[in-house]
Design a protein. Structure first.
Length: 72
């Protein structure tokens, strides 16, 4: 994955509703990369995505799948 790639997020049943709001994120464009660090020192890759909702947000890379590479 790289910046500009199109990704898809399919929330599972447990994450579909957050604070009584239905998660509307489905498709987005990758804006950046980082790593989530836990207090115990573990790291997991995260990506910043501009979602179809018009809002950017961070998500674990393992929770999305690549739809299309950005055109060169």
């Amino acid at each position: 994955m790289k910046i500009g790639d199109l990704v898809k997020f399919v929330p599972d049943e447990n994450s579909l509703v957050i604070n009584d709001v239905i998660d509307q994120r489905h498709i987005g464009t990758i804006l950046g990369f980082d790593a989530y660090r836990t207090p115990k020192g573990c790291e997991a890759p995260i990506i910043k995505v501009l979602w179809n909702t018009g809002s950017p947000g961070w998500i674990l890379q393992s929770r999305v799948e690549l739809i299309q590479h950005a055109s060169r």
